[in-house]
Write a protein that binds this ligand. Structure first.
Ligand SMILES: CC(C)(COP(=O)(O)OP(=O)(O)OC[C@H]1O[C@@H](n2cnc3c(N)ncnc32)[C@H](O)[C@@H]1OP(=O)(O)O)[C@@H](O)C(=O)NCCC(=O)NCCS
Length: 168
């Protein structure tokens, strides 16, 4: 039965795998960042849908770090989970790991944080179930996401104040 008080991150987490083919590559022969970004958006959106049971839209990509290149022939695993929920929006974190299929060596290749907004039947933002972090890792991700959300809102507020102050 569904937990009406909220859901844990593991209840909506999504994991998917791809094999990097030549048509995923850039002229340097490594995975094209735009392809990885689209996979990140898809897997993160699926986690947001599973958490909310609603239609969701990507509101922002808050951070994206390409830490290591991914080569043709590598296996890529994308893991997405909801880190934090505000009112109608939520942060989803995605980790991308590359794996050499011959020696099994795994390397963290990309990390991203995205904000999704849940929409009702009229395509208007609608409140989201709370997230219930359980494990130490989930609790750490929740706290870090909360810091990112608060600092993003504070920055936006300061920029808006600055624009109001400097209006001619
Ligand atoms: C995202 C969207 C639904 C927000 O609509 P809105 O009328 O601005 O809604 P609100 O001002 O009521 O904000 C709703 C929530 O979205 C959040 N939000 C709005 N714009 C945001 C942004 N750029 N980044 C992060 N969060 C954002 C707000 O903080 C708020 O969160 P909260 O309820 O948890 O506090 C709207 O801007 C939209 O439809 N954007 C296009 C989405 C899209 O097409 N994505 C695919 C791009 S290819």
């Amino acid at each position: 039965m569904e937990n009406v008080k909220g859901k844990t991150p593991s209840e909506s987490a999504v994991e998917t795998r791809y094999l990097i083919m030549p048509h995923h590559a850039n002229p340097q022969g490594t995975a094209f960042g735009g392809v990885i970004m689209s996979w990140i958006d898809i897997v993160a959106g699926m986690a947001a849908q599973r958490h909310t049971g609603c239609e969701v839209v990507t509101a922002s990509i808050d951070s994206l770090s390409f830490k290591a290149p991914i080569r043709i022939g590598d296996h890529v695993t994308l893991r997405a989970s909801v880190n934090y929920v505000s009112r109608t929006s939520m942060e989803v974190g995605v980790q991308v790991t590359r794996e050499n299929p011959y020696d099994g060596k795994q390397t963290r290749a990309t990390t991203a944080h995205l904000t999704f907004v849940a929409l009702d039947k009229n395509k208007k933002p609608t409140p989201v179930l709370p997230i219930i972090p359980e494990t130490p890792l989930e609790k750490k991700r929740y706290k870090n996401a909360e810091l990112r959300v608060k600092s993003r809102k504070e920055l936006l507020k300061q920029i808006q104040e600055n624009e109001t102050d400097n209006k001619d």
